[in-house]
Design a protein around this ligand. Sequence first.
Ligand code: SF4
Length: 229
Amino acid sequence: MSICIKSLIKNLNIVIGCTIGCSYCYARNNCRRFHMTDDFADPAYMARKLRIMSNRNPHIYFLTGMSDFSDWKHAWREEIFNQVADNPQHAYILLTKRPEKISFQTNDNNVWMGVTITCDREKKRLDDLRRNIKAKHYHVTFEPLFNDIGNIDFEKIEWVVIGTETGKRKGKVEARPEWVLHIAEQAKAHRIPVFMKEDLLPVMGEDRMIQEFPEQFIQKTWREKSSKK
Ligand code: SF4
């Protein structure tokens, strides 16, 4: 049995829209299908959703499920991170594909800044993440995985997520088990928790699936469950 990542991590899309334009973007399809905004290529700030963070029960919130952090305007970041600072009971996960365009610093111990990497030539994003974004915790998501990433510099990285392309895109690439294992083995050598997303189950098989979370996430989800008892 595999865990669906969404059962533990909640999407909180305070910004909807992205200027990057990936061909495989599911967020753009959902935005159009459910008419969330007029134009996905023009990111929109939904300030009214900030109040969701005031929930006293601890959650792990993924803040960039329908945006890229590089598109967040300065004023949006300020408001959102003020709310983050006021609500340390949660953990917050953010991702970008353009760390080279960002200059940002957070001292919040519950903020996890990361990059998405889909192929070997995008590995430089890890260097740009560590250089341009100062944070207490870093993570990396290899999704959708399009080839063998090769050797990876995992310095300061505390969580690794791996996923395959989903959906019905023409030319869709399914991750190969050896690509996934090459990442997972390197991460394990650095004692970094690895989470293979549920869509990798048919690729990897039950025996080779790894689904681990950082200790901070386990504590927060455990506290959430105990508070409901
Ligand atoms: S970076 Fe993410 S949100 Fe932006 S287009 Fe690509 S997949 Fe969609």
